[in-house]
Design a protein around this ligand. Structure first.
Ligand SMILES: NC(=O)C1=CN([C@@H]2O[C@H](COP(=O)(O)OP(=O)(O)OC[C@H]3O[C@@H](n4cnc5c(N)ncnc54)[C@H](O)[C@@H]3O)[C@@H](O)[C@H]2O)C=CC1
Ligand SMILES: O=C(O)[C@@H]1CCC=N1
Length: 276
């Protein structure tokens, strides 16, 4: 079994990164950190970020004219521009090119239909903690993806954090709603905790420091602990104490559960709309 680091260090082919924005840029940085030589990557982006542009000095090709089909093409553009963008890229795609899409909503069939032949396609959904190698991606491969292509996709996604493979593409919209968009919910939690702390009488900057440290520390504790999340929660909750009083509100019928049910359903519904 290939480990990600060995695969990326020894990779000699060409990866085309289409869209080097927040997610594409984070993935590229992760690959380079794990030893991929930037000269094996061609970035296509009308407005690459300064840190992506800086990799030019290390051999990254940016908006270079396409010469021959690439080994891997990773689509990290917005779903709304996908059809038009893929149409411009046909020259870089050959029968052996592995397509990896991280676009929300866009299905394997959509990508296949944008290209002339039948293609090996992995659809994956990462998230922004990828920027520090602490993301999680869920991936699904179509039947044309070979063992080697799957191992390479796994290595490329592992540069961004954990990887879970599933067989059912139907799960990816729900994955997008939970872990793809999820970091935003967590940041919002920190923002709303800070705002509530300010209303409770704290200076706004202190309230924000408390909220950030609490969310970050709790996340790290959850990461390192073997305990169930429910047990970690109970460990904070003294009987008849302050936490119990807050949880009575958050765990009420109209508390956090129905709110997150609605939020996640809305995100999954939006992913389905983006498929079109
Ligand atoms: N931001 C996130 O948390 C996540 C985003 N995604 C997916 O990643 C994709 C990109 O999202 P972000 O990085 O957030 O967006 P972004 O806006 O930061 O990056 C998109 C990049 O694509 C470039 N671009 C626009 N048109 C292009 C074209 N025709 N050819 C090549 N590049 C082009 C833009 O200049 C920009 O740098 C989306 O499909 C999104 O669904 C997936 C998981 C998480
Ligand atoms: O908001 C979005 O559509 C993308 C997909 C998951 C996170 N960001």
């Amino acid at each position: 079994m290939l480990r990600g680091m060995e695969t990326l260090k020894t990779f000699k082919g060409t990866i085309a990164l289409i869209g080097a924005g927040n997610m594409g840029g984070a993935m590229l940085r992760g690959w380079v950190e794990l030893g991929l030589d930037p000269k094996h990557v061609m970035a296509v982006d009308p407005q690459p970020s300064p840190d992506v542009a800086a990799l030019k000095a290390k051999g990254l090709r940016i908006n270079a004219p396409p010469v021959e089909p690439v080994d891997v093409m990773l689509l990290a553009i917005k779903p709304q521009v996908a059809g038009e963008a893929i149409n411009m890229l046909h020259q870089m795609v050959g029968p052996d090119t592995l397509m990896i899409s991280i676009m929300a909503g866009k299905t394997i069939k959509f990508i296949d239909d944008c290209l002339p032949g039948e293609q090996s396609i992995v659809r994956a959904m990462p998230n922004t903690p990828a920027a520090i190698g602490r993301g999680i991606s869920v991936a699904v491969a179509n039947a044309r993806v070979t063992k080697q292509q799957r191992a390479l996709a796994d290595a490329l996604l592992k540069a961004a954090g954990l990887v879970e493979w599933v067989d059912d593409e139907g799960m990816i919209d729900a994955v997008t709603a939970v872990s793809g968009s999820g970091p935003a919910y967590v940041f919002l939690l920190a923002e709303t905790m800070a705002a509530a702390g300010a209303k409770a009488g704290l200076p706004a900057d202190l309230a924000m420091r408390l909220a950030r440290a609490t969310v970050a520390g709790s996340g790290e504790l959850m990461q390192r602990s073997d305990l169930e999340t429910a047990q970690l929660r109970q460990n904070v909750t003294s009987p008849g104490g302050t936490t119990a009083a807050a949880l009575d509100v958050l765990m009420a019928k109209d508390g956090m559960a129905p709110l997150l049910d609605r939020a996640i359903a809305a995100a999954a519904k939006r992913a389905k709309q983006l498929a079109k």
